[in-house]
Design a binder for this molecule. Sequence first.
Ligand code: PHE
Length: 475
Amino acid sequence: MAEQREQFRSRLGFILAAAGSAVGIGNLVGFPVNAAKSGGAAFLIIYAAFVVFICLPVMIAEMSLGRKTQRNPLGAYKSIAGDRSAWRFGGWLALITPFMIAVFYQVLTVWLLGYFLGAVSGNLEAMSVEGYFGNFINDNGVFLYLGVLTVLIGIILNSGVQNGIERLAKVLMPSLFIMLITLTVFVLTLPNALKGVEFYLVPDFSKINLATVNIALSQAFFSLSLGMGILITYGSYVSKRESVASGAKMVALVDTSVAFFAGLLILPAIFVFNPEINTDDLSSSSVSLVFTFLPKIFLSLQSVIGFVGASIFASAFFLLVFFAAITSQVSILQVPISAFQDELKFSRFKSVLALGACAALLVIASMVSFGMVPLFTEFLAYGGKVNSFFDLVYDVFYETILPLNGFIVCLFVIYRWRRSNLDTELMVGDDTYKGSFTQRYVNFALGTFVPAILLFVFTTTVLLKFFGVNVFELL
Ligand code: PHE
């Protein structure tokens, strides 16, 4: 007899686990930076509209596909379209994408661990010096952190969906909310903080153009963990007694609220540091912001709260982001694990080991691509420059392919699986779905403008990243 598929124990457990996946570096750092550069609340409004009108239908589609088929993304595509159908390539993409994003994200999580330990051990001063980051990432210590993290994540994943992922989310997510609120309230009491709040919450629509709209959409899509196969996989662990649509709405709400509060934390903190700051100078990359800019800001807090206070603040912040990263990381690694279990009938332990071995090699290749090994540092030329292995993974999987995966999901669900089957699945565990506005909207949006917009975003990104053509400048 086939083994019973694992399930989340409770509705709350599922929502926290999915929110744990969604809340990550994207919300805590990516969102505030983009909001700062693109008109504050003006960006927020556009972002929130995209979450509700474009991303939520895709999220609902992914989750219902998983719950219906009870499989990983590849299995989900195959079980609806057949083993030899061309749609299975969509399934492969939804499997390879999370695997490669996990490789890249693991590197960031390793750095976060190192920065947390650095701040805790009183190193904040050194960490805020120019050049520290470059030395840190090329120091052998990162391999030690990688080892610790890999074992930790392996143990969580090997404990399974209920006892590993769900339990972790139930502990880490509430801690994360408490830390985020405490840090935000604290920052708001500091001098000049209100300037930051004003900057954030008074909309500046003059900063909005087609390019910023594009950024808002990509940011929302990434932040909700769409196009990564995660929500298909998590959907497959949701009980038939639960409402998929209302679960998805809760996850989107939590994710967006965390992004909002992160803005309220980071922007005022930046203004405490330098009230005259020109936010156009902020780097667009969340990576350089977390690791090179924020330590300076945290250190500057010492004039108000002393060095120990500043170190505690910095440690709490890095721990917060680290927690967010770990819950995202387990969600994305669960995708290939479920594929090993479903498709190759591996046991959980064997799946975790197989995945760990494949991933570790690629993570190490990424970690040595900042100068340690020339082959990986100068890996491939495209877009007018020579890129490292890490850059390649980042550009292809993090920046480019997600909207394509979203596009394929929309077409697959509406035109292959069909609307009536989607409807039927969404009515399972939900008496209110039939005839609701959500039903009509989801059906319409997924078959029309949502895939069209996602295809547009995908095309413009490919042109920009790989061919150096900026469509928005041409328009
Ligand atoms: N939503 C996550 C974030 O905001 C994206 C992500 C999920 C990244 C899972 C990696 C793994 O960071």
